[in-house]
Design a protein around this ligand. Structure first.
Ligand code: SIN
Length: 533
């Protein structure tokens, strides 16, 4: 078996993973960055539309209050302080000075600012409605040019390596659980190799694709969370799955995110009658925190029997819409909706995992030498519900602090990195139809029973279905040659079970976790799901 040795193995090449690679290489560490696709399409960050908070020092206390309030008072104050303290510096030095990301600017040259849900101020910088893409395009070019970074594309991590489980030295089984890298699959050749590393950094994004309707790209099924849990790492807050209130929803058309910035610039949520139903629900109306807006839409749909609500853009001129939201405008038009003339049909979809692999503020998980950053990690920053436009900022801050902590460790700690046993893989080709059907079942189970409104009965039903699937998938996994879709499936069912488990343990409705009382009317508007397709 081919083995690679490196200081830092980074799994995932979104903003968090790439930023870590940048900071770690600057600090003199060698980095192997694995990416499940080509670099240009391999990340959720790429799809981020809205923007990133800048100017965290202006009204810092107000920003902290907004984060806390969006979370329903549950966010970890130390994590909030750290984000606000480091946020401005990382945006300035990495995104503005080093990468020169083309954020929108005033004629005077100053940055333009926008607002999103839960923000009491205009403090978000943006690049039209493709902020993530603007940042990552520059970031990927940058990372490819870094001398100490080696990028492996079309490569997925299969399992993490530990001293106690994978070392060829039998005495290593007496060592505490310590991560020493990962087995990875080259999805083009089918070859599996080991990457042995002093530090392993999980940056695989969230879990959105375990739900039928999601803003996340394919394959985002909680790989990092599932792999870390298999090692015994602590995972927390997984019941807090944020549903974005507004994804484009029209029969037989692709579903995609409609940025909160559309409401930040004056779009108003209305029902089919044209009533602004958020008036009276929250002082911030259409721009209330996401959990509140998503649930209000859900109730509106149950009451009306409609499939979707609408964003009314009539306060914006046609030219403004086309210039400010070119991508949303184009994508809606491709689905037959001209948003310069008619409102945007929208409904909620799974968007962001507020929980994840528990880490301290330096990215350290509960397993030695295993780190997690960005959406994969959970420092408690978001508590039960994330404030808009904090995610890209968290990617940058967590990457920087983790790289710095790892560098200190590399200078001070002696690492034991033995050879590892070769991966044993059966030759039999898996049946893709079985894989796709199992994945569909996971996604519909999570959507229908573990969605915006949960109940103990629904969670029990979900658990039963998923446990049976898990057993089936484990057998399938051990009897077949590994493929990317099989790795996705195995991790998806594990992640789904972790979310169900966390939701079942928490009987308090808070933020994005809403658990209905036994006698509460909770009909799910099924029109949000399959029958629209
Ligand atoms: C959006 O543009 O609405 C998404 C941004 C975010 O999730 O923070």
């Amino acid at each position: 078996m081919d083995t690679i040795r490196t200081d830092c193995l980074v799994i995932g090449a979104g903003l968090a993973g790439c930023s870590y690679a940048h900071y770690a290489s600057r600090l003199g560490m060698s980095v192997t960055l694995v990416c499940s696709d080509e670099l240009s399409k391999g990340a959720n960050s790429q799809w981020a539309q809205g923007g990133i908070i800048f100017d965290t020092t202006v009204n810092a206390e107000q920003l902290k209050r907004d984060i806390r309030e969006a979370s329903g008072g549950t966010s970890n104050p130390e994590a909030v302080d750290s984000l606000v303290e480091h946020g401005q510096k990382v945006v300035q030095s990495l995104l503005l000075d080093e990468l020169d990301v083309p954020f929108d600017r005033e004629e005077s040259g100053g940055l333009k600012y926008t607002r999103e849900g839960g923000h009491s101020d205009k403090r978000i910088i943006f690049a039209k409605d493709l902020t993530g893409r603007a940042i990552l395009t520059n970031m990927h070019d940058h990372v490819l040019g870094l001398e100490k970074v080696s990028v492996m594309t079309n490569t997925v991590a299969v399992d993490l390596l530990t001293l106690s489980h994978n070392s060829v030295d039998p005495l290593d089984k007496y060592k505490p659980i310590t991560c020493i890298g990962a087995y990875v699959l080259d999805t083009q050749s089918g070859e599996i190799r080991a990457i042995i590393a002093k530090k392993t950094i999980l940056a695989t994004g969230g879990v959105g694709q375990i739900f039928r309707n999601t803003t996340n790209r394919n394959g985002v099924v909680g790989h990092g969370i599932s792999m870390a849990k298999r090692l015994g790492a602590r995972v927390i807050d997984l019941e807090y799955i944020q549903f974005h209130p507004t994804t484009f929803l029209k029969k037989a058309c692709p579903l995609f995110l409609v940025s909160e910035a559309v409401r930040g610039e004056g779009g108003v949520l209305v029902n089919a009658e044209g009533d602004a139903f958020m008036d009276g629900q929250h002082p911030m109306k259409s721009l209330a925190p996401r959990d509140i807006v998503a649930r209000a839409i859900h109730h509106e749909l149950i009451a009306s029997g409609e499939n979707c609500v609408y964003i009314d853009l009539s306060l914006m001129s046609s030219d403004y819409i086309k210039d400010r939201f070119p991508s949303i405008y184009r994508r809606c038009l491709e689905s037959g909706v001209d948003i310069t003339k008619e409102p945007i049909p929208v409904a909620p979809a799974a968007h962001y995992c507020c929980g994840g692999v528990f880490t301290d503020l330096d990215g350290r998980s509960s397993v030695a030498n295993l780190n997690a950053i960005g959406e994969t990690s959970c420092t408690g920053l978001h508590g039960a519900n994330r404030l808009a436009s904090t995610s890209l900022l968290e990617c940058l801050v967590s990457a920087k602090l983790t790289a710095e902590a790892d560098c200190r460790d590399l200078e001070n700690v002696r690492f034991h990195l033995p050879d590892v046993r070769a991966w044993q893989s059966p030759k039999k080709k898996p049946d893709e139809v079985l894989i796709q059907q199992d994945m569909r079942l996971i996604r519909s189970t999570m959507w229908n029973y573990v969605g915006l409104i949960r109940s103990s009965r629904r969670l029990q039903r979900a658990r039963r279905i998923l446990l049976e699937l898990d057993q089936e998938i484990s057998d399938f996994y051990s009897g077949n040659r590994l493929t990317r879709s099989l790795v996705d499936l195995r991790n998806a069912v594990k992640t789904a079970l972790l979310v169900v488990h966390a939701a079942g343990l928490n009987s308090t409705s808070k933020g994005s976790h809403y658990i209905a009382l036994d006698d509460e009317e909770i009909d799910l508007p099924m029109t949000l799901s399959e029958e629209l397709k």
